[in-house]
Ligand binder design. Structure first.
Ligand SMILES: Nc1ncnc2c1ncn2[C@@H]1O[C@H](COP(=O)(O)OP(=O)(O)OP(=O)(O)O)[C@@H](O)[C@H]1O
Ligand SMILES: [Mg+2]
Length: 312
């Protein structure tokens, strides 16, 4: 059960928040109120400002201007007290490689001065939760990437945080590990922990997020529930046809209400009436095409463009 209620104050409240590195504005005057409970996503291409934003939420980086409250407390002034109530899974794992799995969890727990007897059994529960109980005495250097990620999540939960911040929790992981992590994150969300995550996996955002923003170049472009954004920004169906734009135009000249986009050698047809298009395509032997529902990736690409977002 989600224990939040509409009367809970926002877990994060940012007003005109900016972060400048020299002349470069990495976060540009964002306004954001993240409700308590549920899973909130920060999406955006490389360099959009997601990690910089999260680092300000965690007090690891101080805003250049604007105001920020996390868990109702003023940042960065009240960072110490806020950090005790937050769990963090950073973009790059920062586990202590000289220690074993269990030592990493115990050393981290010691920073919070938690009751030791309770914490021993809680750490055992966490190891079971992330399916690492048989690795408890293994050194970090001997763990796979997926095991390290699961351990980072377990470590972030040691202090039973109200807010769990995850920066790209499943990047580079295989589908089994990703699904295990999604399932654990859903359980946490259902038990009342607020999740705040960044991701490049649109499927992850669609599965986990109740609410999200799409950022680019330090600004928030759009906010909404994944399904709401899909219905607002793209047609219901996408048909990807492997042909030239001329061929698509000539094949589909009788069909109205289509929006086309050519990317490399694929024509993307966005439509609310896919059957009309499919009828035409089925008359063409040898033509390859794919019909699928529109997804968050289509929204993301339409808002942030298809060109590469190189580092500034
Ligand atoms: N300490 C720093 N000094 C100077 N520039 C920085 C610093 N940290 C981040 N930046 C710049 O700020 C911009 C935003 O970086 P940030 O790491 O927040 O992006 P991101 O959205 O997390 O990207 P990614 O998806 O690649 O993780 C980038 O252009 C980056 O080069
Ligand atoms: Mg990042």
């Amino acid at each position: 059960m989600n224990s939040s209620s509409v009367s809970d104050p926002p877990i994060v409240l940012a007003k005109n928040l900016s972060k400048r590195f020299g002349d470069f504005l990495a976060v540009d005057d964002i306004n954001l109120s993240v409700p308590t409970g549920g899973c909130f996503g920060l999406l955006g291409p490389n360099g959009a400002g997601k990690t910089t934003t999260l680092r300000m939420f965690l007090g690891q980086s101080h805003q250049s201007s604007g105001s920020l409250h996390v868990l109702g407390q003023v940042m960065p002034e009240q960072t110490r007290s806020v950090r005790r109530k937050i769990g963090v899974v950073p973009q790059l794992d920062n586990l202590d490689v000289d220690f074993t799995v269990i030592e990493n969890l115990k050393v981290y727990a010691s920073f919070f001065a938690l009751n030791f007897r309770d914490i021993e059994s809680y750490i055992d529960e966490l190891l079971v939760m992330v399916e690492l109980e048989d690795k408890r005495n293994t050194r970090i250097s001997e763990l796979s990437g997926g095991m390290k990620r699961r351990l980072s999540i377990a470590r972030a939960l040691v202090n039973k945080p109200k807010l769990l911040v995850l920066d790209e929790p499943t990047t580079g992981l295989d589908p089994q590990v990703r699904h295990l992590i999604w399932s654990r994150l859903r359980e946490l969300k259902n038990s009342g922990t607020t999740l705040l995550l960044t991701t490049h996996y649109m499927e992850e955002a669609e599965r986990l997020c109740d609410d999200l923003v799409i950022m680019d170049k330090g600004k928030i472009l759009k906010r909404g529930h994944p399904k709401q954004l899909i219905s607002e920004y793209v047609e219901s169906d996408v048909i990807e046809i492997h042909c030239s734009m001329e061929m698509a135009n000539s094949l589909l000249k009788q069909v109205s209400d289509i929006r086309y986009e050519l990317v490399d050698e694929t024509v993307y047809c966005f439509t609310n009436e896919p059957l009309k298009i499919i009828k035409e395509l089925e008359t063409q032997a040898g033509l390859t095409w794919l019909h699928r529902p529109a997804n968050l990736e289509d929204v993301f690409l339409s808002l942030t463009g298809r060109e590469l977002h190189e580092a500034q």
